[in-house]
Design a protein around this ligand. Structure first.
Ligand SMILES: [Zn+2]
Length: 462
């Protein structure tokens, strides 16, 4: 896979591009991100071998995922130096965005900018507050994961530039496309014959544009119209990640397919609130299926690590972002100044809370809020965390309960936009007005963590 393509797909994974492509109003967000990329220039840095490496907005996550710690540290310092130099501009831009939302909410007689954002999908504030409270209750599990990370990396101090470092060397295993197709079929087998047969039909009817090609865009997404098949664009390279992407996009496509089979055109789009549920259920079913078979400790730890990283990036990190937004908007509503000093201090406090005592918090960390484009679309990131938690609760129920849970789940997939998201999820068996689903998902996180710790102990004893 060409390096540029690899970078692009990693960035897109980071920002969940496949989801955002479905919504036209994201054009402004994408443009803002593009403009930042164009304007920001970062100092080049040395890697561990003393060679020069360029730092850009688009390769930053790739550099942070390197196993070269010198490169990680140097690129971290260079990257946030760039943001620090423009922090007043970012502060003014973000503050204007928050104030605009606050003023609009007042003009439209909403209780708050948050209530305005959540009204469209009819989600009560308690869902948001429940999420934050429940994730906070499970922060000790995150601290355990940070400690495990420190132990595996074998470092004296764990810094923020160590949080994306790979814990296990990348697998050299590759899969052919026919193997990948079979792996996806095995993963979704618990969803029953109808689902499996429809996935087979999707392959036969060529729903998927599979391989990278000249002029083809990077990343992956699922698309289509009411009276067409749902089509998938992906860039399959044979890695396990590529296989998992097919399972993910097939989740979107099958959600669309079920909806279009059962709903008239006006209800054929599901809401953003539930958009990542079906894709994540499929991804989780795939990891569970692979874990069931994999006993070799190194390979098992790699799978468990991927699972843990999904929780870290989707539940913990997005909830931390959700807290940041909730507080920033509340400050503006109270008439407090949203200057960079206040935003930096707020962000730093959250990092300390979420990562716990084992993380050494460098000064650079406080500027991270300035590089998160999602904040320009207020009160949206919490849906990643509720969506992921919901998917964990559903995949657990599908695997443990079988038939009745599958039936409820397929009915949920068939509802599209005909009922409000909380109601359709309640039908599927997940009630987000209570803390139970997020609590159950994070208990699952703790069990995966137990497994990872035990697997590591087995490796060290071997
Ligand atoms: Zn997706």
């Amino acid at each position: 896979m060409p390096e540029a393509l690899k970078e692009r797909s990693q960035i897109e994974e980071q920002y969940k591009w496949d989801l955002t492509r479905m919504y036209a109003d994201d054009a402004a967000w994408e443009k803002a991100l593009g403009d930042v990329d164009a304007d920001m220039v970062f100092d080049s840095v040395k890697d561990g071998k003393g060679e020069d490496v360029e730092v850009t907005g688009s390769n930053y996550i790739l550099l942070q995922s390197s196993d070269d710690r010198t490169l990680r540290e140097n690129s971290f310092r260079s990257f946030y130096k760039g943001y620090r130099q423009h922090i007043n501009t970012f502060g003014a831009t973000y503050s204007a965005n928050v104030k605009a939302a606050v003023v609009e909410a007042k003009a439209r007689h909403y209780e708050s900018s948050r209530a305005m954002s959540m009204a469209g999908e009819n989600i009560p504030a308690s869902v948001y507050d429940n999420l934050v409270e429940t994730v906070r209750k499970h922060l000790p599990a995150m601290y355990r994961y940070v400690a495990l990370r420190k132990k595996i990396l074998g470092v004296d101090e764990l810094h923020y530039y160590d949080v994306y470092a790979p814990l296990v060397s990348e697998s050299s295993a590759t899969y052919t496309y026919p193997q990948a197709q079979q792996m996806v079929l095995d993963a979704v087998a618990p969803l029953g014959e109808e689902y499996v047969n429809q996935v087979k039909k999707a392959y036969a009817d060529r729903w998927i544009d599979v391989f990278p090609n000249r002029g083809k865009s990077g990343g992956a997404y699922s698309s289509g119209t009411y009276d067409s098949d749902p089509y998938i664009m992906t860039n399959f390279t044979g890695t396990l990640d590529s296989v998992s992407t097919i399972a993910h996009e097939m989740g979107h496509s099958m959600h669309s397919w079920y909806t279009r089979q059962h709903q008239p055109a006006q209800y054929s789009n599901y809401t953003l609130f539930v958009a990542e549920v079906a894709s994540t259920v499929n991804e989780n079913l795939m990891i569970e299926q692979l874990l069931k078979k994999e006993q070799e400790p190194q390979a098992r730890l790699r799978l468990l690590n991927q699972y843990l990283e999904n929780f870290k990036g989707t539940v913990y990190r997005q909830t931390m972002f959700a807290e940041f937004e909730r507080e920033a908007h509340a400050m503006a509503e109270r008439g407090e100044a949203l200057n960079p000093a206040a935003l930096n201090a707020l962000y730093r406090r959250l990092i300390v809370d979420y990562f716990g005592p084992e993380l050494v918090v460098d000064d650079e960390v406080q500027y991270e809020w300035a590089r998160i484009p999602h904040f320009y679309r207020p009160f949206y990131v919490y849906k990643y965390a509720t969506g992921y938690s919901t998917a964990v609760a559903l995949s657990e129920a599908i695997l443990s309960e079988g038939e009745p849970a599958v039936k409820r789940y397929l009915e949920f997939l068939s509802m599209g936009g005909s009922v409000y998201p909380l109601d359709e999820l309640r039908h599927a068996g997940v009630d987000l007005t209570t803390p139970a689903p997020v609590d159950a998902a994070l208990c699952k996180f703790e069990r995966i963590l137990d497994d990872a710790e035990a697997t590591l102990a087995r490796m060290q004893n071997a």
